[in-house]
Design a protein around this ligand. Structure first.
Ligand code: UDP
Ligand code: MG
Length: 326
């Protein structure tokens, strides 16, 4: 089914609504700090804002901190998940609940500077429907994270036709049209950076320097990061599968040649002593290739399996100042 996106004809007027969606997972200290930084920035802008916190199953009182802030500022809204569903699910929930003409997504740990919001909005008003940000450097990023993220974007670029902005972060502004089409995508293994690239629309990048986390530690464990990277690659590329097929063909050709040679040796030469070293090497090698291939197939199958279950991406336990979208 082709999706037709209606173009908004209205010229960009004042008093438009802009939503800010912020996923937070155990960020009790950062929530008030972020709010204190956001408030003066928003005050200077001629828009109506809604600030949507998505509490991704925090266990440290993050939701209570948001509730407290909400009493001071009625622009604050919140959704609370029944458990931790992950950053990408939380972002998705934020986008689905937002009502603004544009939606800005940003992290809750102040690594995405609120001072960049006016620039994002300005670019949007110039007619860009996706304003993404490009991280120039992160003050407290470990060498391991730097290297692995570099490697990941290299693999992504080499293996997929969908453009994924290198060093992009989930800090961006999306026009309502983009959010609306994004909300129609139902896949479970969500890699938003890829999905947004896949959607198209007019996009522009804005560079920024990520600050160090205001408080607490990264909520992306190495395990979560690996899952995120694997999701990204497998959802947007069939290259691993092609690679397996290609490897299979080469190995088969080599084994065929070796088989022919061993027959020749058996019938026409004196060298008939069973070369069990070579036999062992061949078996081990083939076994390895087969295991890798089955692994890849399994990874794709798992994704098909996850999609067919049609489970929701997240479960909402409570909402604050917001209607649960159905
Ligand atoms: N986050 C989340 N769910 C998770 C992990 C992280 O909502 O399972 C939030 C987290 O609170 C933060 C943002 O996603 O606001 C980015 O996470 P983090 O800062 O830990 O990632 P990093 O900046 O280290 O890549
Ligand atoms: Mg962070």
């Amino acid at each position: 089914m082709a999706l037709v996106i209606k173009k908004k004809s209205s010229a960009r007027k004042k008093s438009q609504v802009i939503s800010i969606a912020i996923p937070v997972y155990n960020e009790v200290e950062n929530v008030p700090i972020l709010y204190d930084h956001l408030k003066p920035v928003l005050q200077k802008l001629p828009f109506i804002f809604e600030i949507i916190f998505v509490d991704d199953g925090s266990t440290d009182g993050t939701y209570a901190a948001i509730q407290k802030l909400q009493q001071q500022d009625h622009r604050i809204k919140a959704i609370s998940f029944s458990r931790n569903f992950g950053h990408q699910a939380a972002l998705t929930a934020g986008l689905q609940c937002s009502t603004g003409d544009a939606v800005i997504t940003m992290d809750g740990d102040l690594q995405h500077p609120p001072s960049l919001l006016p620039t994002l909005i300005e670019k949007w008003q110039q007619g860009n429907q996706v304003v993404f940000t490009v991280r120039e450097s992160t003050a407290d990023e470990s060498l391991f994270k730097k290297l692995t993220s570099k490697l990941f974007y290299r693999i992504m670029a080499a293996s997929s036709k969908t453009p994924v902005q290198p060093f992009g972060a989930d800090f961006r502004l999306l026009d309502r049209a983009v959010v609306a089409s994004l909300n129609t995508l139902e896949e479970r293994d969500r890699f938003l950076r890829g999905l947004i690239g896949w959607l198209g629309f007019t996009a522009i990048g804005v560079p920024y320097t990520a600050d160090a986390r205001a408080a607490g530690t990264s909520k992306y464990s190495t395990r979560k990061m690996i899952k995120f990277a694997v999701d990204g690659i497998l959802s947007f590329s069939a290259t691993p599968l092609h690679l397996v097929t290609f490897l299979g063909l080469i190995v088969s050709a080599l084994s065929f040649a070796y088989g022919a040679y061993s027959l020749y040796a058996y019938f026409f030469t004196e060298r008939t002593i069973p070369g069990w070293t070579s036999l062992l090497v061949t078996i081990l090698f083939l076994g390895g290739v087969q295991l890798i291939s089955i692994g890849f197939l399994g990874e794709y199958l798992l994704r098909v399996y996850n999609e067919t279950k049609r489970r929701p991406l997240y479960i909402i336990k409570d909402t604050l100042n917001i209607d649960i979208p159905q």
